[in-house]
Design a binder for this molecule. Structure first.
Ligand code: UFG
Length: 339
């Protein structure tokens, strides 16, 4: 019996692969490496001493996915695969809807044919849009502000409808807040292509000399220092949440939506300070215009994760920043060469 990880070579997928293998579980990875590096697989093997079985396929291909399910005994799926750049989704909405929604549908159809009944879905706090209140509970209103977010929202709905129609199906929707940091080995980490959109990779690229300064997107938000507040969570804590979610799905049917966050909000300037104190480095920054679509504050009420999954984040902001830097300094250009 094995767990299938779609998008298992990506940032969150690779960390989850390591935690699953380290826990003695069998995994199969399906990834077309469109936004990840084949070199990740060597790194997973180096950390765990075991090389996962890998299929270089597009999860949208019915034939390719059928082959994965017919050649392996898949008893649960963690579905990470999908396009994830907010700005790109605004420019290319149809590409996002076609890829992200069809992957979910194809997966569910293939699972049904093979009697696989447990799926954990990589969703996002983006489904809460601009929250009316924080901390955010799972029953808060949902609304999205860009096509990427809508693909998460709609995939949640597709999975929920599939579970309503099939009482044996078990679905866990994991709503991630802001994953940062890296495995303590420094062998795997976040490696965005092009100019990073997200805060931490931008900071680590400034630290390693690839970028001159950090642009802070606005200092007039309704927060303690005017910069945006988010719930940053260590990617290894997040990865461990997936193991708990798989176990929950093994023992329950129906749909469960769970926030994976720490419940603590840090501003952009808090993060700059935390990174400086964890690493001893100086991060020059300049205040710039707000980024369109950004919100004041977003952080989780993580109570349901503890109650339903028995999961709680354990790593603090210092470990998040130190591990992100450990990864970047050992791999200044990520998995590749100078880009
Ligand atoms: N920020 C900067 N400068 C940068 C990058 C970001 O000041 O160069 C600020 C943003 O304005 C925001 C904070 O840092 O206040 C965090 O921004 P990120 O881009 O790192 O993260 P977001 O919260 O905007 O988005 C993340 C994921 C999305 C997901 C969303 C859910 O990237 O995929 O969380 O809340 F949808």
């Amino acid at each position: 019996m094995a767990v299938l990880l779609t998008g298992g070579a990506g940032y969150i997928g690779s960390h989850t692969a390591v935690e699953l293998i380290s826990d003695g579980r069998s995994i199969v990875i399906a990834d077309n490496f469109s936004n990840s590096s084949p070199g990740v697989i060597d790194r997973i093997e180096k950390i765990t001493g075991r090389r996962p079985k890998v299929y270089d396929i597009d999860v949208c291909s019915p034939e390719a996915l059928e082959k994965v399910f017919s050649e392996n005994e898949i008893d649960s799926v963690v579905h990470f695969a999908g396009f994830k750049a907010v700005g790109e989704s605004v420019a290319k909405p149809l590409m996002y809807y076609e890829n992200n929604l069809y992957a979910t549908i194809n997966l569910l159809k293939t699972m049904k044919r093979h009697g696989t009944r447990r799926i954990v879905f990589s969703s996002s706090a983006t489904v809460y849009g601009n929250p009316k209140t924080v901390p955010i509970r799972e029953d808060a209103d949902r609304y999205c502000t860009n096509p990427y977010g809508w693909t998460k929202y709609m995939s949640e709905q597709i999975l929920t409808d599939a579970a309503n129609a099939d009482p044996e199906l078990s679905v866990v929707l994991l709503r991630y807040f802001n994953p940062i940091g890296a495995h303590k080995s420094g062998l795997i980490g976040d490696d965005p292509s092009g100019i990073p959109n997200n805060l931490l990779p931008y900071i680590t690229q400034v630290a390693v000399g690839r970028r001159e300064f950090l642009g802070v997107f606005g200092n007039d938000y309704n927060t303690h220092d005017g910069t945006g507040v988010r719930d940053y969570i260590h990617v290894v804590d997040l990865a461990k949440g997936h193991l708990k979610a798989i176990d929950y799905a093994m023992n329950n049917s129906g749909v469960l939506a769970v926030n994976l966050g720490t419940g603590i909000g840090y501003s952009v300037l808090d993060i700059v300070k935390a990174f400086e104190s964890a690493t001893g480095l100086h991060i020059p920054y300049r205040i710039q215009q707000r980024r369109s679509g950004d919100i004041d504050a977003c952080f989780a009420d993580p109570a349901a994760a503890l109650e339903k999954l028995g999961w709680k984040a354990s790593l603090g902001i210092e470990e998040m920043c130190a591990s992100a830097w450990n990864w970047q300094k050992n791999n200044p250009y990520g998995y590749g060469e100078k880009k």
